[in-house]
Design a protein around this ligand. Structure first.
Ligand SMILES: [Zn+2]
Length: 371
């Protein structure tokens, strides 16, 4: 089997899982975090820097790469792995999340979603089949099915209709896919309705997907609602397949979701916040532009061994941001990605020794969060 999920240990007190997802481009230790390479680059970082953070799998966006440079050019350039110069696993999303967040959707039907490109204004008719074709041209290791994402809050009938359509579209994606070296992951939808989520998960679980995702969350609901939905969904998914929570989130959200049986994550937060001068550290959040760091010669995070923290002071980083130098956002993105990988590595070690609960208590204390 080209893809295999090896489950090493399930938490004694929680639903947390320690596993390895084997792909044609190597293993991904889980729980694991994927940095986001929206436009064929993890913003502001070279691929060696991304690798230095400990990331094993990265994410590419089908919506963005499908529009520019377009699937044919990506294929001509040797596929995403060659473009990125990344020899590890790559996951591509289906484009659904981006398309459904556009205002310029002209038509959603059972057949497809029709929208206008934000780049050249052309009309794109995105069917589930076309989403798979683009992802096959991109050559990712994991392709996500096209799903119908509704903005929340929404009337229940609308959420249910989108959920049911997502199941039919998932089946069409599976039917149309032709690459044996590309895993297909289904996406559970159903808004904030536990019953719809359970129903969706159960139906998708009967199909032969290599992995399952929980989608449509982190869209403005409270963390508690997100945890509730995630916790209700994972028990319905096959134990022997990886589970991916899409687009989440803060370090605490990752840990709370690991407790609920999630194996994979992606989020723009570490890079986006890094570009804005916001660092995640074991001393809590650091806003590097603050005047308090002006003459501070200490590192961003003294417990961190990333390039940023071993070479540079808070005072210097603050100066870079104040001077508008591009190195500042780059160095903070590097640190934040490194930090996310450390949090995940710590979680993996804690699961193995059944100490995840203690690990989370300690992290919350460091982050200054109520227990
Ligand atoms: Zn660091």
């Amino acid at each position: 089997m080209t893809f295999r999920f090896e489950l090493h240990h399930t938490g004694a007190q929680t639903g947390a899982r320690r596993g390895t997802f084997q792909t044609p481009h190597g293993p991904v230790e889980t729980p694991g975090f994927m940095p986001v390479g929206t436009q064929g680059t993890v913003k502001g970082l070279t691929i060696d820097q991304v690798k230095s953070t400990g990331a094993q799998m990265i994410l590419g966006n089908t919506y963005h790469l499908g529009l520019r440079p377009g699937p044919d050019i990506v294929r001509a350039l040797g596929g995403l792995h060659a473009m990125f110069a990344w020899d590890g696993p790559i996951l591509t999303d289906s484009g659904g999340f981006q398309v459904f967040s556009l205002k310029d959707i002209s038509k959603i039907s059972e057949q497809s979603v029709v929208f206008r490109s934000h780049i050249d204004g052309s009309i794109i008719d995105l069917t589930p089949e076309y989403s798979i074709e683009i992802q096959e041209a991109l050559g990712s290791d994991v392709a996500m099915v096209l799903d119908h994402v509704v903005a929340l809050p929404a009337p229940n009938e609308e959420v249910q209709e989108a959920m049911e359509r997502s199941i039919r579209w998932a089946s069409r994606c599976l039917e149309h896919a032709s690459r044996a070296d590309q895993a297909k992951f289904a996406i559970v939808q159903g808004g904030l309705d536990t019953e719809l989520r359970v129903q969706c998960a159960r139906e998708l679980a009967t199909m032969d997907f290599e992995g399952f995702a929980v989608g449509g969350l982190s869209v403005g609901e409270t963390p508690e609602e997100m945890y509730r939905i995630t916790g209700a969904t994972t028990p319905e998914l096959p134990v022997d397949r990886p589970r991916y929570l899409m687009g989440v989130g803060r370090p605490i959200d990752l840990l709370e979701s690991v407790v609920r049986g999630i194996d994979l994550f992606d989020c723009v937060m570490p890079t986006r916040n890094g570009r804005n001068g916001f660092a995640f550290t074991d001393q809590g959040a650091v806003k590097i532009r603050n005047a308090v760091h002006k003459t501070d010669r200490s590192p961003l995070d003294p417990t961190c061994d990333c390039f940023t923290c071993t070479r540079h002071s808070r005072g210097y980083l603050r100066h870079l941001f104040n001077a508008g130098e591009m190195l500042g956002p780059s160095l903070l993105s590097l640190h934040n990605l490194h930090y996310y990988q450390r949090v995940m590595a710590g979680a993996r070690a804690a699961i193995e020794t059944d100490t995840l609960t203690e690990y989370i208590v300690e992290k919350k204390r460091l982050w200054g969060m109520p227990q």
